[in-house]
Ligand binder design. Structure first.
Ligand code: FES
Length: 125
């Protein structure tokens, strides 16, 4: 099944159109366009696989870009299961793709992590 992204960047005007920030993705340096969220920046940089499906192992990528589908889960700065579409992009972020589903047991063992994720997902999922 083709996995080409349907997200296309809008044309931007001005000096900020080509502005980038440095992050790492799976330990490799990556320049990404300045964007409002981590997911938007990675998509604009051409990243097509954010995580793997726990059922089929197929690559998954952002779908809704508004915190509903959870297809954008990433490990960001050592914190797993963060919704890339809800996390503001910052220079120097260490981003890793994820395999499988959320580790709910890890979240239960770390209340601070669960709280941080609850703040990112205001609908309480
Ligand atoms: S893209 Fe759907 S929750 Fe992030």
């Amino acid at each position: 099944m083709p996995t080409d992204s349907l997200f296309q960047p809008l044309a931007q005007a001005g000096a900020s159109a080509n502005a980038t920030v440095a992050v790492t993705l799976n330990g490799q340096p990556l320049q990404v366009p300045v964007a409002s969220s981590v997911a938007a920046a990675l998509l604009a940089a051409g990243v097509k696989r954010f995580r793997n499906s726990p059922v089929s192992g197929d690559g998954r990528a952002p779908y809704c870009m508004m915190g509903v589908c959870f297809e954008c889960l990433l490990e960001i700065d050592g914190v797993p299961n963060r919704q890339g579409c809800l996390v503001p992009l910052e220079a120097g972020m260490a981003i890793r793709t994820q395999d499988g589903m959320r580790d709910l047991l890890a979240e239960a063992r770390n209340p601070a992590l669960a709280l941080a994720q609850a703040v990112e997902a205001p609908h309480g999922v």
